[in-house]
Structure formats: structure tokens, C-alpha cells
Ligand binder design. Structure first.
Ligand SMILES: *Cc1c(COP(=O)(O)O)cnc(C)c1O
Length: 351
């Protein structure tokens, strides 16, 4: 605390990201992709004319938005880009959810959402997950200031079908429904094709997970022109240039390489299913996952202790110290070799 801070700042509880360790650990704690970005990304960065860094980037990031528009089969004015999807989410909360009625979100979901609510003075209500750890779409009230959830959800891993999201949108027409698709490329079903039918649907995505570019900070939102225009208004009242020139060219190159993208996500999905079986054999309960992580709990051992013992052996996973998730570990899917090391460590710890 400091007397120099605005009073509101003293009340904030910032989001705490997963650790980025300095030592060499097998890093399975922040859902990064274990494979490198598309080869074209390196090419684009190497070929970038250094002298252009003298100039401000394109404030509209036109080439990147064009590439995304083509990828998703929408118009360029239905695409918004930001400095990571965290920034896109922050701008969306500010643009759409500062309403008289409370925002609705699941009780267990991306833990950044409540942080934005405090920052922007947004009142929110949370809804418990159902008995299968799924987001209870029927329980999300139409009489609210907005709806937000991740689909597939984090850190649980379950995703609803596009049909289920369409049913929700048939019912909820008077506020923005924000579907965060950070993990959709690992077996989820994207709701982007629904944006042409539902002007209140905003879908966000990121280059951090399925495109192996967490360090570049690129995220996007797809929605009706009306919603995107709102986001632009807020963005241009805050920072005209959130996407730097290098991120623009690298992002375009990443989008263009369909083959690399497909091969990386297929490898992650296949490793995930092998990992599931091996973890179950060690006595873990493993929730179904349409993402690049598994949420697991052990029937005998304490999750916090497994976390600590893995860390001693150079393996970092995520343990959330909250009431609802205390018994769980979230394990990011790494390479097959990394998963072998995890299993060797668990063999010692769990036997
Ligand atoms: C990782 C993640 C994000 C943030 O992604 P960035 O683009 O790296 O900011 C957003 N939502 C969810 C659910 C995530 O897991």
C-alpha cells in the first residue's frame, strides 16, 4: 500500500499468472505449447526491415485482421485484435459489461474475469458448475448485464457444442455473451460461425496456446460489426498501437501455416489422451479434456504435496489454492518426452 496510489488501487487483488521459473524446469504450469511456432514466423521476423521499427505500427493492424477474417470466414470489420487475449478480454469487460445488471460467470472459470470486474467496478454473480464439472448453460440468466465463460472451460477442460451455445443465444438476446475460446483448437467446437446469426455474441481467441506464440502477445475477438466497433472505441481511448509491427507480421505468418498448426495440435491431443491413461493407472481421477491440459486429483495423495514433490524433481505443474480446486492439479500437455519424465516422477511419488 502507498499513500500515492488512488484509493481504488488499494482495493485491487491482481491476477497471479503461473510462475515463469528461472531455473530449467519441465514447465507444465501455464498451458504453453511445447512445439515451436510455424517456421514462417521466424522467416517473417528475420526478413522484417529493421528501419521500419522507426515508424509506428499500423494502428488498425489491417494485414493481421485480414488474415484472421479470411481464416474465420468473416469480414475484416468483424475482427478485433489485442496485445494477448487478456487485453482483448479487459477491453471487452470495459466495453460491454459495465451495466446496471450484474455480469454472470461460472464459479470455476478463468480466474482473470473477477479481477477485471473489480478493476472496472462490474458487479458479478457466479453460478456453480453442474455435477459433471460443466458450465450449466441453462442456469445462466437472461436477465443480466452480460455472460462470460471459457469454452472449453478452464481449468476444467470441458467444452460445450456449438449447438448448445446456439440454444443459449436463442434465449439470451439482450446482453453480450462472451465466449473465450483460448483452448478451442484442442478438440473444442468453435462458436465463430454463430456470430453472423447473433449480434450479441463475442468470441475471443489467442495465439498463445495452439499457435505457440505466448511470448508474442496476440489475441483477437470475432463478433458483429456493432460489437467490434465498441471495442475499437475503447481501445482507441486507451492505446492506439497495442500490436507492434513485429507481432503483426509474425501473426500473419502463423495464421497462414495451416499444416504446422494442425500437426502441432494433433500431437498435443494424442499426447493428452496417452497421458490420461497413464495418470489413471497411477490412481488419478482425470477430468475429460478438450484442451491442452488435464485437471487431475489423486484418490489418496494431497495435491499440494504432489505439486511440491514434482517441483523438487524439476517438474512444474499448477496447483490452485482455492477452496474448490484444492484437491486438483492442472497439468499442461508437453512433449512425449516431458510426459515420460512426469510419469517417472509420479511413479516414485505415488507408489
Ligand atoms: C491463456 C488464457 C487466456 C489468455 O491468453 P493470452 O492471449 O496469452 O493473454 C485467456 N483466456 C483463457 C481461458 C486462457 O486460458
Amino acid at each position: 500500500m502507498s499513500k500515492f496510489w488512488s484509493p481504488k488501487v488499494c482495493e485491487l487483488t491482481p491476477y497471479v499468472p503461473g510462475e515463469q521459473p528461472r531455473e530449467r524446469l519441465i514447465k507444465l504450469n501455464t498451458n504453453e505449447n511445447p512445439y515451436p511456432p510455424a517456421p514462417g514466423v521466424e522467416q517473417a521476423l528475420r526478413n522484417y526491415p529493421m528501419s521500419h521499427l522507426r515508424l509506428y505500427p499500423d494502428p488498425e493492424a489491417t494485414s493481421l485482421r485480414n488474415a484472421l477474417a479470411e481464416e474465420f470466414g468473416v469480414k475484416i470489420d468483424q475482427v478485433f485484435v489485442g496485445n494477448g487475449s487478456d487485453e482483448v478480454l479487459a477491453l471487452a469487460f470495459q466495453t460491454f459489461f459495465r451495466q446496471d445488471k450484474p455480469l454472470i460467470m461460472p464459479e470455476i472459470t478463468y480466474s482473470f474475469y473477477p479481477v477485471y470486474c473489480r478493476l472496472y467496478d462490474i458487479e458479478y454473480r457466479s453460478v456453480a458448475l453442474d455435477d459433471n464439472w460443466q458450465v450449466p448453460l441453462q442456469a445462466l440468466s437472461a436477465d443480466s448485464g452480460g455472460i462470460v465463460f471459457a469454452n472449453p472451460n478452464a481449468p476444467t477442460g470441458h467444452g460445450h457444442s456449438r449447438t448448445a451455445i446456439a440454444e443459449l443465444l436463442e434465449r439470451i438476446t439482450e446482453c453480450v455473451v462472451l465466449v473465450d475460446e483460448a483452448y478451442v483448437d484442442f478438440d473444442g467446437e468453435s462458436s465463430v460461425p454463430l456470430v453472423k446469426h447473433y449480434p450479441n455474441l463475442l468470441v475471443t481467441g489467442t495465439f498463445s496456446k495452439s499457435r505457440s506464440l505466448a511470448g508474442l502477445r496476440l489475441g483477437y475477438a470475432i463478433g458483429s460489426r456493432e460489437l467490434i466497433e465498441g471495442l475499437e472505441r475503447v481501445k482507441n481511448s486507451f492505446n492506439s498501437y497495442p500490436i507492434d509491427s513485429l507481432a503483426i507480421v509474425a501473426g500473419v505468418a502463423a495464421i497462414k501455416d495451416r499444416e504446422h498448426f494442425d500437426s502441432c495440435r494433433e500431437r498435443v491431443i494424442s499426447t493428452r489422451e496417452q497421458t490420461r491413461q497413464r495418470l489413471e493407472a497411477f490412481g488419478f481421477e482425470v477430468l475429460p479434456s478438450q484442451t491442452n491440459f488435464l485437471l487431475v486429483s489423486h484418490h489418496k495423495q494431497d495435491a499440494g504435496q504432489i505439486y511440491a514433490k514434482l517441483r523438487e524433481r524439476g517438474i512444474l505443474v499448477r496447483h490452485f489454492n482455492t477452496e474448490a480446486l484444492r484437491d486438483f492439479l492442472r497439468i499442461t500437455i508437453g512433449t512425449d518426452d516431458e510426459m515420460d519424465s512426469l510419469m517417472e516422477a509420479l511413479e516414485v511419488i505415488c507408489r
